[in-house]
Design a binder for this molecule. Structure first.
Ligand SMILES: Nc1ncnc2c1ncn2[C@@H]1O[C@H](COP(=O)(O)OP(=O)(O)OP(=O)(O)O)[C@@H](O)[C@H]1O
Length: 261
């Protein structure tokens, strides 16, 4: 791939919280059209990486380049080309879906009417047109997640960050969303997908990055990772590479404590 196809580059990215070293020299070049499955154990630093790239977390060392420009505090124009589904979302409960989505659309520089029309159409495709003018407080978990997904894509971003995006979605919606991602990537959009649902990551990503102890411990397509490891599924490869083989002992200990008289 040529340099023009580099969408994102992390060079020696490190981050401490106090004395805790969370990221420890992440080197990663992401190319246009890739769906990156960014995985790792709880607390490995996945959300921290995403927040640094989004400019939500500072005080790191190393270099971040996005769309060919170095990330600095006063360079925020790139944000218009980015979409983000956070792991924990602050949806404004008192707003209606319409108010929320048009607000987000305007933040991304869209014209109010254009944002309104597009948001309504996307809500309709997700079967939510009847609640477009209802308050988000009355929405189920899956409905909220769909609003979040729409808000991340309303402005047609080139690079999409998804942190556990399927949370609360039913099986039909998951199928639709996986297909949306595949079509977007085929259109040249780039997706950075962080999740613990290994069978989905295995299927949708064309490149999987596994981080552990603040470092990249695996980088390749699922087929490549499979060829390099003795284990078969991504879940098993994950457990093998993160040195986890104690699940039975932990489960037994947990249940025996639950059953203590
Ligand atoms: N604002 C903060 N202040 C102090 N420590 C933090 C802060 N944010 C994150 N951490 C710590 O950094 C580490 C990495 O957190 P992060 O949320 O990036 O992990 P993650 O890989 O996304 O985990 P999970 O899979 O559980 O969502 C954790 O140990 C967490 O406690």
């Amino acid at each position: 791939m040529s340099n023009e196809d580099v969408i994102l580059s992390l060079q020696g990215l490190s981050k401490n919280y106090g004395s805790k070293n969370v990221l420890n020299g992440i080197d990663l070049t992401v190319y246009r059209g890739q769906i990156i499955g960014y995985i790792g154990p709880n607390g490995a630093g996945k959300s921290t990486t995403i927040k640094i790239i989004l400019g939500l977390e500072g005080d790191y060392s190393g270099k971040v380049e996005i769309f060919g420009e170095t990330l600095t505090e006063d360079n925020y124009h790139y944000k218009r080309k980015i979409g983000y589904v956070p792991e924990i979302a602050e949806l404004y409960d008192n707003l209606t879906a319409r108010e929320y989505l048009t607000f987000i659309g305007e933040l991304y520089g869209m014209d109010l009417q254009a944002a309104d029309e597009k948001a309504w159409k996307l809500m309709r495709v997700f079967g939510l047109e009847a609640v477009y003018n209802s308050r988000i407080a009355s929405f189920s978990k899956g409905m909220r997640q769909k609003v979040l997904i729409i808000s991340s894509l309303l402005h047609n971003p080139d690079l999409l960050f998804l942190d556990e995006p399927l949370s609360g979605l039913d099986a039909n919606s998951v199928m639709v969303f996986k297909e949306i991602l595949a079509i977007l990537a085929a259109e040249g959009k780039t997706v950075f997908y962080s999740s613990h649902i290994m069978d989905v990551v295995e299927k949708i990503s064309n490149r999987i990055i596994l981080i552990n102890d603040g470092k990249i411990v695996a980088d390749g397509s699922f087929q490549e990772l499979k060829a390099q490891n003795t284990e078969g599924s991504l879940e098993q490869i994950f457990n093998q590479l993160t040195g986890f083989n104690e699940y039975k002992t932990i489960a037994e200990e947990f249940v025996s404590i639950v059953q203590e008289e």
